[in-house]
Ligand binder design. Structure first.
Ligand SMILES: [Zn+2]
Length: 288
């Protein structure tokens, strides 16, 4: 049987027959592949570790008539940090579901693999950090939407076209100059229909738009270019992070036409972790 080798990340597995599993993975080109791991449910199977969900592995695959299968597998990164935390595992499940939605069986989706790897690494590195977790999930959503040409437009008002800026006194280091008083192309809304942010002047004309305050707007912009250092440094208030999630998930559902199963599980975990409702903590603000 002809053999070939790919590196990829396991998105999910499902039982097949008595002892086998079907493994869905995304390879480095962003090609989604469903392959058969024969005998993997037997005790001491040499394939078991490498085909665990969210594991980055090097696969030696055999070419089958209708389905290819795993001959050997070597773990490159198990992302072991994920396994100790229910929230981190739920977050990884959501990212895997997203990656599956933005890839195609047997055809490449360039750019998806590095996003998936960076996000799983970020989640595994800080499994107990709910803020970093939220930022990595927004990063996954924003980047995958961008790659698919469906990105959330944040830099200019999607109605009047003026560039959006932070309020005066909160200059985004090296960013565009703040608007003069009264001029204000300040971000104020998000419209799924318009594909992105709206300024304070245009927002009232779009009653269906969500509110998008400057702190949430800035968190979304920074989440789009997240890296491990930034994830550790940004400390947005939980409410800001929750509003950012509302925007990205509204955008996803609008463009993909369906909600994500694991997003619902994450929302339940988030609610369980939220402090009881009360006045906001003093000094709570978005990270800069
Ligand atoms: Zn406008």
């Amino acid at each position: 049987m002809p053999l070939y080798s790919v590196e990829g990340i396991v998105l999910r597995t499902r039982e097949y027959g008595e002892r086998d599993r079907l493994v869905t993975l995304v390879d480095r080109d962003g090609t989604r592949r469903t392959v058969l791991a024969k005998g993997v449910r037997r005790p001491r199977s040499s394939l078991a570790a490498g085909v665990q969900p969210y594991t980055y592995s090097r696969f030696l695959l055999w070419k089958g008539r209708s389905l290819d299968g795993v001959s050997q597998v070597q773990v490159l990164d198990a992302h072991a940090g994920l396994r100790g935390s229910l929230e981190a595992l739920a977050a990884a499940a959501y990212v895997a579901e997203l990656a599956e939605a933005f890839t195609h069986e047997g055809a490449p989706s360039p750019g998806v693999f590095p996003v998936l790897l960076a996000v799983l690494r970020g989640l595994a590195a800080a499994p107990a950090d709910r803020v970093a977790q939220g930022l990595w999930l927004r990063h996954a959503e924003l980047r995958l939407l961008d790659l698919a040409g469906l990105g959330i437009q944040l830099e200019a008002c999607q109605d009047c076209g003026r560039p959006l800026v932070l309020p005066q006194g909160r200059g985004a280091g090296g960013g565009p100059p703040a608007p003069a008083p009264g001029e204000g192309a300040l971000p104020a809304g998000y419209s799924a229909e318009m594909g992105g942010a709206l300024c304070r002047r245009c927002r009232p004309g779009r009653p269906a738009a969500l509110s998008l305050d400057p702190a949430t707007w800035q968190v979304l912009r920074l989440a789009g270019r997240l890296n491990p250092q930034l994830a550790a440094r940004l400390r947005p208030a939980p409410a800001t992070l929750a509003r950012a999630a509302e925007v990205t998930q509204t955008h996803l559902v609008y463009h993909l036409g369906r909600p994500f199963r694991s997003a619902g599980i994450l929302a339940i975990l988030d609610e369980a972790a939220m402090p009881p409702a009360g006045p906001p903590a003093p000094g709570a603000s978005a990270g800069r």
